[in-house]
Write a protein that binds this ligand. Structure first.
Ligand code: FAD
Length: 141
């Protein structure tokens, strides 16, 4: 870190807000419900949120409060699913702090790679992030 000419560091965070809109101002994507790089699904969250928001505004033309309330009601379960995929306790295991813990972590990950364990985990992991939540289909206006 001290010798690197291009050392970069940034905190990893999730965004949890009670309401995603106030008046005519609406948040979507990371600004409203960042799930963090550790969960993945950030791009999907932004796109799905924009889709739901546009659909609800279309469904209630001229009634923004109703549209924004529906946006939150419809999207919250999806956001809860993608944010819930991060377990801080498990993440902490991957961020050892002492010299010995870092060495142990590196040895363990080297052994795991030698045994192709990441490939196995990737093959066995589910591809249905977002759980049972169904993307609402909107009719064209
Ligand atoms: C290291 C890393 C790895 C990731 N990996 C994945 C991944 O594998 N899969 C995945 O799905 N997601 C991943 N993500 C998350 C994903 O990048 C974000 O969830 C996604 O980009 C959020 O989109 P957004 O449009 O909400 O916000 P952003 O992409 O952050 O867009 C916000 C934009 O607003 C601009 N802006 C900010 N302030 C102002 C201002 N005052 N005026 C005008 N413009 C402004 C910014 O410059 C930016 O262009 C990763 C994120 C990081 C950091």
């Amino acid at each position: 870190m001290k010798d690197s000419p291009f050392f970069y560091s940034q905190e990893i965070a999730q965004v949890h807000i009670d309401r995603w809109s106030k008046g005519g101002v609406v948040l979507a994507g990371d600004a409203a419900y960042c799930a963090s790089p550790y969960s993945g699904m950030g791009i999907s969250g932004g796109l799905v949120g924009a889709h739901v928001l546009a659909g609800e505004i279309n469904r209630s033309p001229g009634d923004l409060p109703t549209a924004l309330a529906a946006y939150e009601r419809v999207l919250r379960p999806f956001v809860d699913e993608i944010q819930g995929e991060v377990n801080p306790r498990i993440l902490r295991v991957g961020m050892p702090l002492s010299k010995h813990a870092i060495a142990a972590f590196r040895n363990a990950t080297a052994l795991a790679c030698f045994l192709h364990i990441p490939d196995l985990v990737a093959r066995m992991s589910k591809e249905d992030s977002g759980g049972d939540w169904q993307l609402p289909l909107h009719e064209a206006a």
